[in-house]
Design a protein around this ligand. Structure first.
Ligand code: ADP
Ligand code: MG
Length: 504
């Protein structure tokens, strides 16, 4: 356990490899080449552990986006990727995974510097997760298949009919800043397995690992134009990608607010769209649990990655018989989750990603206090010279009208409510416009299944939280998204089905 009083908010020095990656000239990755932007605009790259500017990336112009889309279009249309033997596509995707693995430590450090998450967390979760996205999806390159299906209303043998799965085409992939490399690979892996080409746009706050990934794309042997990476602002380059007539599909992970904008904008050209959006995921704790163990789990469900997780367990519902002891147990984890600089080996939680996010989260905490919530733990920010730290926070005495209960905070803030019976808590858990994840903690198998059936969310966890695996479909009910990623569903989202009917 840490002693909060002795935490030093000094970020340890960067390694030479990380310093080199940060010192790169701001450029875009188009057609397997590093190219200058059509204009000089740049975006500052900040280390959220210190608030210092540590690099710059290109703020791509609409003309830059057009160049990247043209490269992806040409690479798709001439079949230089989709026409390869599936075995070759599979091998190249796997080579990219191998290269990531060989550079895992550098990627973990860059993610820590760019996003603020502890390097140990990035090394344990983000980078292995990214590698497994690639490895799992690589195999689909050779497993995608249609069906031979006899028609219903015609005599046998009069027509021969079958379906073929074809890649959807050029994909625009827009990812957020909370798991930068993991989200990037989660997007590119199924697209590449399906035979698509793509333009990836990382979030403006965290573009460094996507650029470094592009170096490895060349080394892995992808033909030019298959993977293109543009950095830039959402409402400029992201918007151009969404509206571009030569883009066939948009895959987006981010806020529900922007997801709605993107869905509307993509409609004009009838792009295929998958959206993975916000959440306000419930964690339901029944009366029969081992409180100490479950309290630690509930704390991890919200404080992991500083709560900047779409499935963060941000609404806690504990049975009235264990409510106080669960909160006590969670409050006891404060020293463990105390924020520290991302490169501090003792860090379990880092700062938030940006000043904007810090101010937003502190604004929610202030609103919760104003509305009458009581602070069980945290509720403030540590005094530091720089960096965007917020202490892990538990709010109680809340009601369903408060903004802290209704809205996604995307920070280390959980609101705790008590309940009496299963029907009541199912209603409370579903009283939200979101439906991404839900956690249920109990040893009562029957209660577990009953609640799992009642809760409207894309994923339900039993006695765990936020376990996400590339083989298992992931996505949202209600305003948490559209479509599914990962698993077979994930690759299907990058395929069109063509039906062929031949009269004999
Ligand atoms: P947050 O508000 O947490 O930063 P956003 O949903 O705004 O999350 O951003 C997620 C991703 O969407 C980022 O890559 C961002 O650049 C991009 N983005 C933001 N606005 C738009 C837009 N209007 N069109 C396309 N992409 C956008
Ligand atoms: Mg935004």
């Amino acid at each position: 356990m840490n002693d909060i009083a002795t935490i030093s908010y000094v970020q340890p020095a960067y390694s030479p490899a990380a310093a080199k990656a940060l010192a790169r000239k701001p450029q875009l990755f188009i057609n397997n080449q590093w190219v200058d932007s059509s204009h000089g605009a740049l975006i500052e790259v900040e280390d959220p552990s210190t608030g210092r500017i540590v690099s710059h990336v290109v703020d791509a112009s609409p003309a830059d986006v057009d160049r990247a889309v043209a490269a992806a279009r040409a690479a798709f249309d001439d079949g230089r990727w989709s026409g390869l033997p599936p075995m070759a596509r599979e091998r190249i995707i796997n080579r990219l995974a191998d290269l990531l693995e060989a550079h895992a430590d550098e990627f973990a450090e860059l993610e820590a510097i760019d996003n603020g998450k502890p390097k140990a967390m990035a090394g344990a979760v983000d980078i292995p997760g990214a590698i497994s996205q690639l490895r799992f999806m690589a195999g689909w390159a050779s497993k995608v298949a249609g069906e031979t299906t006899a028609p219903y209303a015609m005599p046998a043998g009069t027509v021969f009919s079958y379906t073929v799965k074809e890649p959807v085409g050029v994909c625009g992939q827009i990812v957020p800043w909370n798991f930068p490399l993991l989200m990037a690979t989660l997007k590119i892996a199924p697209a590449l397995a399906a035979g698509c080409t793509l333009v990836l746009k990382p979030a403006e706050q965290t573009s460094i690992t996507a650029l470094r990934l592009a170096d490895l794309v060349v080394e892995a042997g992808f033909p030019a134009g298959v993977v293109n990476v543009i950095t830039g602002l959402g409402h400029i380059s992201g918007d151009r990608l969404v509206k571009h007539p030569d883009v066939d599909k948009i895959a987006f992970t981010g806020s529900t607010e922007i997801g709605k904008v993107i869905n509307r904008n993509a409609t004009e050209t009838m792009k295929r769209v998958t959206l993975e959006l916000g959440g306000k995921s419930p964690v339901v704790i029944l009366s029969d649990v081992d409180v100490a163990q479950v309290a630690a789990g509930a704390a991890g469900a919200i404080f992991f990655n500083s709560g900047q997780v779409c499935v963060a367990g941000s609404r806690l519902f504990a049975h009235k018989s264990v409510f106080d002891s669960v909160l006590e147990g969670m409050a006891a984890t404060a020293p463990f989750w105390a924020p520290r600089p991302a490169l501090d080996p003792a860090a379990h939680m880092g700062p938030l990603v940006s000043k904007e996010q810090h101010d937003r989260v502190m604004g929610y905490i202030a609103a919760g206090k104003r509305d009458g919530a009581s602070v069980v733990m945290g509720g403030d920010a540590p005094a530091t010279d720089g960096g965007y730290y917020v202490n892990p926070t538990i709010l109680a005495n809340v009601n369903p009208q408060m903004s802290v209960v209704r809205e996604e905070i995307f920070g280390p803030v959980v609101v705790a409510q008590r309940f009496d019976d299963l029907d009541e808590v199912a209603k409370m858990a579903n009283d939200t416009c979101f439906g991404l994840g839900a956690g249920i903690w109990t040893r009562d198998v029957s209660a577990m299944h009953k609640l799992a059936a009642k809760i409207k969310s894309g994923t339900v966890w039993g006695n765990c939280h936020a376990i996400i695996d590339t083989a298992l479909p992931f996505g949202g009910y209600k305003q948490s998204g559209l479509g599914r990623e990962q698993g077979r569903a994930g690759v299907e989202a990058y395929l069109e089905t063509k039906t062929v009917i031949i009269q004999m």
